[in-house]
Write a protein that binds this ligand. Sequence first.
Ligand code: HEM
Length: 380
Amino acid sequence: MKIVHTIRSWLARRYDIGLVEEFVDEQAHKPLPPHVGFWHTFGTLSAYLFVNQVVTGILLMIYYRPTTDTAFESIRFIITKAHFGWLIRGLHAWGSTMMILCVLVHMCRTYFMGAYKKPRELTWVLGVLSLGCTVTFGFTGYLLPWNQLSYWATTVGTEITGVIPWVGQYFMTLLRGGDGVTGETLSRFYVMHVVVLPWVLTGLIAVHLFLMRVQGLATMERVGEEKPIDKSRGIPFFPNHIVKEGVIFCLMLAMLVTLIVLWPVELGEKADPLKTPKGIKPEWYFLSTYQLLKFFPKTLGLFVSLIPGLLLVLWPFLDRSPERNPRKRPIAVAIGVFALALALIFGALGYFSEREITFSGRTYDFDAYAVPHRIEPGKK
Ligand code: HEM
Protein backbone atom coordinates (compact mmCIF):
# COMPACT_ATOMS: atom_id res chain seq x y z
CA MET A 1 0.00 0.00 0.00
CA LYS A 2 2.89 2.35 -0.83
CA ILE A 3 0.62 4.54 -2.97
CA VAL A 4 -1.78 5.17 -0.03
CA HIS A 5 1.18 6.04 2.18
CA THR A 6 2.58 8.47 -0.44
CA ILE A 7 -0.79 10.22 -0.90
CA ARG A 8 -1.21 10.41 2.90
CA SER A 9 2.19 12.03 3.45
CA TRP A 10 1.61 14.41 0.50
CA LEU A 11 -1.66 15.57 2.12
CA ALA A 12 -0.16 15.64 5.67
CA ARG A 13 2.59 18.02 4.51
CA ARG A 14 -0.06 20.47 3.31
CA TYR A 15 -3.11 20.02 5.55
CA ASP A 16 -3.83 19.17 9.19
CA ILE A 17 -5.44 15.78 8.48
CA GLY A 18 -5.14 14.45 12.03
CA LEU A 19 -8.86 14.90 12.83
CA VAL A 20 -10.01 13.21 9.61
CA GLU A 21 -7.61 10.31 10.19
CA GLU A 22 -8.83 9.87 13.73
CA PHE A 23 -12.45 9.82 12.56
CA VAL A 24 -11.80 7.31 9.73
CA ASP A 25 -9.74 5.12 12.07
CA GLU A 26 -12.46 5.12 14.73
CA GLN A 27 -15.18 4.29 12.19
CA ALA A 28 -13.16 1.58 10.47
CA HIS A 29 -12.25 -0.21 13.68
CA LYS A 30 -15.55 0.21 15.49
CA PRO A 31 -16.42 -3.22 16.90
CA LEU A 32 -19.82 -4.59 15.85
CA PRO A 33 -22.10 -6.75 18.05
CA PRO A 34 -21.12 -10.44 18.05
CA HIS A 35 -24.34 -11.61 16.30
CA VAL A 36 -23.60 -9.44 13.22
CA GLY A 37 -23.25 -11.66 10.14
CA PHE A 38 -24.74 -12.47 6.74
CA TRP A 39 -28.17 -10.93 7.41
CA HIS A 40 -26.52 -7.64 8.34
CA THR A 41 -25.09 -7.19 4.84
CA PHE A 42 -28.42 -6.36 3.14
CA GLY A 43 -28.46 -2.72 4.28
CA THR A 44 -25.09 -2.05 2.65
CA LEU A 45 -26.13 -4.12 -0.37
CA SER A 46 -29.18 -1.82 -0.77
CA ALA A 47 -26.86 1.19 -0.65
CA TYR A 48 -24.49 -0.35 -3.24
CA LEU A 49 -27.45 -1.06 -5.52
CA PHE A 50 -28.61 2.53 -5.16
CA VAL A 51 -25.17 3.65 -6.35
CA ASN A 52 -25.52 1.19 -9.27
CA GLN A 53 -28.89 2.78 -10.15
CA VAL A 54 -27.43 6.29 -10.09
CA VAL A 55 -24.38 5.40 -12.22
CA THR A 56 -26.26 3.31 -14.82
CA GLY A 57 -29.13 5.87 -14.80
CA ILE A 58 -26.72 8.69 -15.70
CA LEU A 59 -25.27 6.58 -18.54
CA LEU A 60 -28.80 5.80 -19.85
CA MET A 61 -29.63 9.52 -19.83
CA ILE A 62 -26.99 10.10 -22.53
CA TYR A 63 -29.24 8.45 -25.14
CA TYR A 64 -32.70 8.36 -23.52
CA ARG A 65 -35.16 11.00 -24.86
CA PRO A 66 -38.28 11.55 -22.69
CA THR A 67 -40.95 12.36 -25.31
CA THR A 68 -43.78 10.15 -26.58
CA ASP A 69 -42.22 10.09 -30.07
CA THR A 70 -38.69 9.22 -28.98
CA ALA A 71 -38.71 7.41 -25.59
CA PHE A 72 -39.42 3.91 -26.93
CA GLU A 73 -37.07 4.31 -29.90
CA SER A 74 -34.25 5.67 -27.72
CA ILE A 75 -34.39 2.62 -25.43
CA ARG A 76 -34.43 0.38 -28.52
CA PHE A 77 -31.34 2.21 -29.75
CA ILE A 78 -29.64 1.75 -26.36
CA ILE A 79 -30.21 -2.01 -26.23
CA THR A 80 -29.48 -2.75 -29.89
CA LYS A 81 -26.91 -0.21 -31.08
CA ALA A 82 -25.16 1.70 -28.24
CA HIS A 83 -21.93 0.07 -27.01
CA PHE A 84 -22.77 -2.09 -23.97
CA GLY A 85 -26.18 -0.40 -23.87
CA TRP A 86 -27.86 -3.79 -23.27
CA LEU A 87 -25.62 -4.27 -20.22
CA ILE A 88 -26.21 -0.78 -18.80
CA ARG A 89 -29.99 -1.03 -19.29
CA GLY A 90 -29.96 -4.56 -17.85
CA LEU A 91 -27.99 -3.43 -14.79
CA HIS A 92 -30.51 -0.60 -14.28
CA ALA A 93 -33.67 -2.67 -14.83
CA TRP A 94 -32.58 -5.80 -12.90
CA GLY A 95 -30.79 -3.56 -10.37
CA SER A 96 -34.10 -1.91 -9.46
CA THR A 97 -35.71 -5.29 -8.77
CA MET A 98 -32.70 -6.40 -6.72
CA MET A 99 -32.60 -3.14 -4.78
CA ILE A 100 -36.26 -3.43 -3.75
CA LEU A 101 -35.67 -7.08 -2.81
CA CYS A 102 -32.59 -6.20 -0.70
CA VAL A 103 -34.37 -3.32 1.05
CA LEU A 104 -37.26 -5.68 1.89
CA VAL A 105 -34.90 -8.38 3.22
CA HIS A 106 -33.06 -5.70 5.25
CA MET A 107 -36.38 -4.48 6.69
CA CYS A 108 -37.38 -8.05 7.65
CA ARG A 109 -33.94 -8.54 9.29
CA THR A 110 -34.29 -5.42 11.44
CA TYR A 111 -37.90 -6.38 12.25
CA PHE A 112 -37.17 -9.94 13.37
CA MET A 113 -34.05 -8.90 15.33
CA GLY A 114 -36.00 -6.12 17.11
CA ALA A 115 -33.48 -3.49 15.91
CA TYR A 116 -36.25 -0.86 15.52
CA LYS A 117 -36.77 -0.59 19.29
CA LYS A 118 -35.69 2.31 21.45
CA PRO A 119 -33.44 4.23 20.74
CA ARG A 120 -33.58 3.38 16.99
CA GLU A 121 -37.22 4.27 16.23
CA LEU A 122 -36.22 7.15 13.96
CA THR A 123 -33.76 4.95 12.01
CA TRP A 124 -36.71 2.62 11.31
CA VAL A 125 -39.07 5.47 10.28
CA LEU A 126 -36.41 6.85 7.90
CA GLY A 127 -36.03 3.30 6.56
CA VAL A 128 -39.77 3.05 5.82
CA LEU A 129 -39.60 6.42 4.02
CA SER A 130 -36.60 5.11 2.01
CA LEU A 131 -38.61 2.03 1.06
CA GLY A 132 -41.49 4.30 -0.07
CA CYS A 133 -39.03 6.34 -2.10
CA THR A 134 -37.49 3.18 -3.63
CA VAL A 135 -40.84 1.82 -4.86
CA THR A 136 -41.78 5.29 -6.19
CA PHE A 137 -38.54 5.10 -8.19
CA GLY A 138 -39.83 1.81 -9.59
CA PHE A 139 -43.29 3.25 -10.38
CA THR A 140 -41.97 6.37 -12.15
CA GLY A 141 -39.22 4.43 -13.98
CA TYR A 142 -41.69 1.83 -15.29
CA LEU A 143 -43.36 4.43 -17.56
CA LEU A 144 -40.13 5.73 -19.11
CA PRO A 145 -39.72 3.06 -21.90
CA TRP A 146 -43.21 4.13 -23.08
CA ASN A 147 -44.28 0.61 -24.02
CA GLN A 148 -47.78 -0.90 -23.93
CA LEU A 149 -47.41 -2.51 -20.47
CA SER A 150 -45.87 0.53 -18.84
CA TYR A 151 -48.40 2.91 -20.43
CA TRP A 152 -51.44 0.91 -19.32
CA ALA A 153 -50.05 0.00 -15.88
CA THR A 154 -49.47 3.73 -15.27
CA THR A 155 -52.98 4.54 -16.53
CA VAL A 156 -54.48 2.06 -14.02
CA GLY A 157 -52.02 2.99 -11.24
CA THR A 158 -52.68 6.73 -11.44
CA GLU A 159 -56.46 6.14 -11.79
CA ILE A 160 -56.44 4.69 -8.24
CA THR A 161 -55.51 8.08 -6.77
CA GLY A 162 -58.62 9.57 -8.42
CA VAL A 163 -60.91 7.78 -5.94
CA ILE A 164 -59.58 9.70 -2.89
CA PRO A 165 -62.58 11.72 -1.62
CA TRP A 166 -62.59 15.46 -2.51
CA VAL A 167 -58.95 15.84 -3.63
CA GLY A 168 -58.63 12.65 -5.74
CA GLN A 169 -59.38 14.17 -9.17
CA TYR A 170 -57.09 17.11 -8.49
CA PHE A 171 -54.31 14.78 -7.34
CA MET A 172 -54.69 12.53 -10.39
CA THR A 173 -54.53 15.51 -12.77
CA LEU A 174 -51.46 16.77 -10.93
CA LEU A 175 -49.73 13.40 -11.33
CA ARG A 176 -50.67 13.00 -15.00
CA GLY A 177 -50.39 16.62 -16.06
CA GLY A 178 -53.86 16.38 -17.63
CA ASP A 179 -56.81 14.00 -17.91
CA GLY A 180 -54.99 11.05 -19.44
CA VAL A 181 -51.48 9.59 -19.51
CA THR A 182 -49.66 11.67 -22.16
CA GLY A 183 -46.28 13.24 -22.90
CA GLU A 184 -46.97 15.56 -19.94
CA THR A 185 -47.09 12.52 -17.64
CA LEU A 186 -43.85 11.22 -19.14
CA SER A 187 -42.14 14.56 -18.43
CA ARG A 188 -43.40 14.64 -14.84
CA PHE A 189 -42.37 11.06 -14.13
CA TYR A 190 -38.97 11.69 -15.75
CA VAL A 191 -38.28 14.73 -13.57
CA MET A 192 -39.35 12.82 -10.45
CA HIS A 193 -37.23 9.83 -11.46
CA VAL A 194 -33.98 11.58 -12.37
CA VAL A 195 -34.00 14.71 -10.20
CA VAL A 196 -36.38 14.73 -7.24
CA LEU A 197 -36.26 11.11 -6.01
CA PRO A 198 -32.45 10.64 -6.26
CA TRP A 199 -31.85 13.66 -4.01
CA VAL A 200 -34.63 12.76 -1.57
CA LEU A 201 -33.38 9.17 -1.26
CA THR A 202 -29.74 10.29 -0.93
CA GLY A 203 -30.78 12.56 1.97
CA LEU A 204 -32.86 9.85 3.64
CA ILE A 205 -30.09 7.22 3.35
CA ALA A 206 -27.47 9.70 4.61
CA VAL A 207 -29.43 10.47 7.81
CA HIS A 208 -30.36 6.75 8.19
CA LEU A 209 -26.68 5.75 8.05
CA PHE A 210 -25.59 8.65 10.25
CA LEU A 211 -28.02 7.57 12.98
CA MET A 212 -26.96 3.94 12.60
CA ARG A 213 -23.27 4.92 12.97
CA VAL A 214 -23.86 7.27 15.93
CA GLN A 215 -26.00 4.78 17.87
CA GLY A 216 -24.15 1.65 16.71
CA LEU A 217 -25.90 -1.53 15.55
CA ALA A 218 -28.43 -2.99 17.98
CA THR A 219 -27.32 -5.89 20.15
CA MET A 220 -29.61 -8.74 21.19
CA GLU A 221 -29.93 -7.37 24.74
CA ARG A 222 -33.21 -6.01 26.12
CA VAL A 223 -34.08 -2.33 25.58
CA GLY A 224 -32.24 -0.24 28.20
CA GLU A 225 -29.80 -3.08 29.02
CA GLU A 226 -27.50 -2.74 25.98
CA LYS A 227 -23.87 -2.74 27.01
CA PRO A 228 -21.27 -0.97 24.86
CA ILE A 229 -19.41 -3.37 22.56
CA ASP A 230 -15.74 -3.52 23.46
CA LYS A 231 -12.98 -4.92 21.23
CA SER A 232 -12.80 -8.20 23.19
CA ARG A 233 -16.34 -9.37 22.33
CA GLY A 234 -17.13 -7.41 19.13
CA ILE A 235 -16.44 -8.14 15.46
CA PRO A 236 -14.10 -5.57 13.81
CA PHE A 237 -15.90 -3.58 11.09
CA PHE A 238 -12.63 -3.56 9.15
CA PRO A 239 -11.53 -5.99 7.79
CA ASN A 240 -13.96 -8.72 8.98
CA HIS A 241 -17.37 -7.27 8.18
CA ILE A 242 -16.26 -5.17 5.20
CA VAL A 243 -14.72 -8.26 3.53
CA LYS A 244 -17.96 -10.20 4.06
CA GLU A 245 -19.90 -7.34 2.46
CA GLY A 246 -17.40 -7.21 -0.44
CA VAL A 247 -17.86 -10.93 -1.13
CA ILE A 248 -21.67 -10.61 -1.05
CA PHE A 249 -21.44 -7.58 -3.37
CA CYS A 250 -19.37 -9.57 -5.90
CA LEU A 251 -21.92 -12.41 -5.75
CA MET A 252 -24.71 -9.89 -6.34
CA LEU A 253 -22.91 -8.47 -9.41
CA ALA A 254 -22.40 -11.99 -10.78
CA MET A 255 -26.10 -12.72 -10.23
CA LEU A 256 -27.12 -9.47 -11.95
CA VAL A 257 -25.01 -10.21 -15.03
CA THR A 258 -26.35 -13.79 -15.18
CA LEU A 259 -29.94 -12.50 -15.01
CA ILE A 260 -29.26 -9.88 -17.70
CA VAL A 261 -27.82 -12.51 -20.05
CA LEU A 262 -30.40 -15.25 -19.39
CA TRP A 263 -33.54 -13.10 -18.93
CA PRO A 264 -33.04 -9.74 -20.65
CA VAL A 265 -35.77 -7.27 -19.69
CA GLU A 266 -38.16 -7.13 -22.67
CA LEU A 267 -38.97 -3.82 -24.32
CA GLY A 268 -42.31 -5.04 -25.73
CA GLU A 269 -44.46 -2.95 -28.08
CA LYS A 270 -44.62 0.83 -28.24
CA ALA A 271 -47.47 2.40 -26.20
CA ASP A 272 -50.75 2.70 -28.08
CA PRO A 273 -53.38 4.72 -26.15
CA LEU A 274 -56.12 3.30 -28.44
CA LYS A 275 -55.32 -0.41 -27.90
CA THR A 276 -55.78 -1.81 -24.35
CA PRO A 277 -53.70 -5.00 -23.98
CA LYS A 278 -54.96 -8.07 -22.08
CA GLY A 279 -53.81 -8.68 -18.50
CA ILE A 280 -52.28 -5.32 -17.52
CA LYS A 281 -50.18 -5.99 -14.43
CA PRO A 282 -48.08 -3.76 -12.21
CA GLU A 283 -44.49 -4.64 -11.25
CA TRP A 284 -44.08 -7.57 -8.81
CA TYR A 285 -43.77 -5.36 -5.71
CA PHE A 286 -47.23 -3.86 -6.33
CA LEU A 287 -48.93 -7.20 -7.13
CA SER A 288 -50.21 -7.84 -3.58
CA THR A 289 -51.74 -4.32 -3.32
CA TYR A 290 -53.20 -4.69 -6.83
CA GLN A 291 -54.89 -7.97 -5.82
CA LEU A 292 -56.07 -6.62 -2.45
CA LEU A 293 -57.80 -3.68 -4.18
CA LYS A 294 -60.04 -6.13 -6.08
CA PHE A 295 -61.73 -7.30 -2.87
CA PHE A 296 -63.06 -3.85 -1.86
CA PRO A 297 -65.07 -1.02 -3.40
CA LYS A 298 -62.66 1.56 -4.89
CA THR A 299 -62.42 4.21 -2.13
CA LEU A 300 -62.48 1.68 0.72
CA GLY A 301 -59.85 -0.40 -1.10
CA LEU A 302 -57.52 2.58 -1.30
CA PHE A 303 -57.77 3.20 2.45
CA VAL A 304 -57.31 -0.51 3.24
CA SER A 305 -54.19 -0.60 1.04
CA LEU A 306 -52.72 2.32 3.01
CA ILE A 307 -53.03 0.47 6.35
CA PRO A 308 -49.86 -1.72 5.97
CA GLY A 309 -47.72 1.37 5.26
CA LEU A 310 -49.17 3.24 8.23
CA LEU A 311 -48.63 0.24 10.52
CA LEU A 312 -45.02 -0.03 9.32
CA VAL A 313 -44.28 3.62 10.18
CA LEU A 314 -45.90 3.36 13.60
CA TRP A 315 -44.65 -0.12 14.49
CA PRO A 316 -41.74 0.90 16.83
CA PHE A 317 -44.24 2.96 18.84
CA LEU A 318 -46.88 0.20 18.95
CA ASP A 319 -44.57 -2.65 20.00
CA ARG A 320 -43.62 -1.68 23.55
CA SER A 321 -42.01 -4.98 24.64
CA PRO A 322 -38.33 -4.54 25.69
CA GLU A 323 -37.22 -7.91 24.24
CA ARG A 324 -35.18 -8.01 21.03
CA ASN A 325 -34.40 -11.71 20.87
CA PRO A 326 -36.94 -13.26 18.43
CA ARG A 327 -37.33 -16.32 20.70
CA LYS A 328 -38.62 -14.09 23.48
CA ARG A 329 -41.15 -12.17 21.37
CA PRO A 330 -43.34 -14.86 19.81
CA ILE A 331 -46.30 -12.53 19.13
CA ALA A 332 -44.26 -9.96 17.18
CA VAL A 333 -42.57 -12.80 15.24
CA ALA A 334 -45.97 -14.41 14.50
CA ILE A 335 -47.35 -11.04 13.28
CA GLY A 336 -44.28 -10.61 11.03
CA VAL A 337 -44.57 -14.13 9.57
CA PHE A 338 -48.34 -13.67 9.07
CA ALA A 339 -47.84 -10.30 7.28
CA LEU A 340 -45.13 -11.81 5.05
CA ALA A 341 -47.32 -14.82 4.21
CA LEU A 342 -50.28 -12.52 3.36
CA ALA A 343 -48.09 -10.37 1.09
CA LEU A 344 -46.76 -13.50 -0.67
CA ILE A 345 -50.22 -15.09 -1.06
CA PHE A 346 -51.82 -11.89 -2.39
CA GLY A 347 -48.79 -11.35 -4.64
CA ALA A 348 -49.13 -14.89 -6.06
CA LEU A 349 -52.90 -14.44 -6.57
CA GLY A 350 -52.19 -11.12 -8.32
CA TYR A 351 -49.64 -12.84 -10.55
CA PHE A 352 -51.92 -15.74 -11.59
CA SER A 353 -55.13 -13.67 -11.91
CA GLU A 354 -56.42 -12.86 -15.38
CA ARG A 355 -53.97 -15.24 -17.05
CA GLU A 356 -54.29 -18.38 -19.13
CA ILE A 357 -51.92 -21.10 -18.01
CA THR A 358 -51.36 -24.62 -19.34
CA PHE A 359 -50.44 -27.35 -16.79
CA SER A 360 -49.61 -30.81 -18.10
CA GLY A 361 -51.60 -30.39 -21.28
CA ARG A 362 -54.68 -28.77 -19.65
CA THR A 363 -55.40 -25.07 -20.10
CA TYR A 364 -56.88 -22.99 -17.27
CA ASP A 365 -58.26 -19.48 -17.33
CA PHE A 366 -57.57 -17.74 -14.00
CA ASP A 367 -60.24 -15.12 -13.29
CA ALA A 368 -59.74 -11.74 -11.51
CA TYR A 369 -59.62 -13.53 -8.10
CA ALA A 370 -57.15 -16.14 -9.44
CA VAL A 371 -59.77 -18.94 -9.40
CA PRO A 372 -58.82 -21.38 -12.20
CA HIS A 373 -61.49 -22.39 -14.80
CA ARG A 374 -60.62 -25.23 -17.12
CA ILE A 375 -60.89 -24.43 -20.81
CA GLU A 376 -62.17 -27.49 -22.67
CA PRO A 377 -60.10 -28.24 -25.78
CA GLY A 378 -61.64 -26.63 -28.88
CA LYS A 379 -63.94 -24.34 -26.79
CA LYS A 380 -61.78 -21.20 -26.88
C1 HEM B 1 -32.52 2.32 0.52
C2 HEM B 1 -32.82 1.82 1.64
C3 HEM B 1 -31.95 1.48 2.82
C4 HEM B 1 -30.58 1.50 2.96
C5 HEM B 1 -29.55 1.85 1.91
C6 HEM B 1 -30.27 1.09 4.31
C7 HEM B 1 -28.99 0.94 4.85
C8 HEM B 1 -28.71 0.47 6.12
C9 HEM B 1 -27.42 0.02 6.59
C10 HEM B 1 -26.14 -0.03 5.76
C11 HEM B 1 -27.56 -0.33 7.89
C12 HEM B 1 -26.48 -0.96 8.81
C13 HEM B 1 -26.23 -2.45 8.47
C14 HEM B 1 -27.45 -3.32 8.45
O1 HEM B 1 -28.16 -3.40 9.46
O2 HEM B 1 -27.71 -3.90 7.39
C15 HEM B 1 -28.93 -0.07 8.28
C16 HEM B 1 -29.44 -0.23 9.55
C17 HEM B 1 -30.80 -0.15 9.87
N1 HEM B 1 -31.84 0.01 8.98
FE1 HEM B 1 -31.65 0.44 7.01
N2 HEM B 1 -31.45 0.86 4.99
C18 HEM B 1 -32.49 1.06 4.10
C19 HEM B 1 -33.83 0.85 4.35
C20 HEM B 1 -34.37 0.46 5.58
C21 HEM B 1 -35.74 0.09 5.81
C22 HEM B 1 -36.82 -0.02 4.73
C23 HEM B 1 -35.86 -0.16 7.16
C24 HEM B 1 -37.08 -0.55 7.93
C25 HEM B 1 -38.27 -0.19 7.68
C26 HEM B 1 -34.57 0.05 7.77
C27 HEM B 1 -34.29 -0.04 9.13
C28 HEM B 1 -33.02 -0.06 9.67
C29 HEM B 1 -32.73 -0.20 11.09
C30 HEM B 1 -33.77 -0.29 12.23
C31 HEM B 1 -31.34 -0.24 11.22
C32 HEM B 1 -30.53 -0.42 12.51
C33 HEM B 1 -30.13 -1.87 12.55
C34 HEM B 1 -29.44 -2.28 13.81
O3 HEM B 1 -29.18 -1.44 14.67
O4 HEM B 1 -29.17 -3.49 13.92
N3 HEM B 1 -33.68 0.40 6.78
N4 HEM B 1 -29.61 0.40 7.18
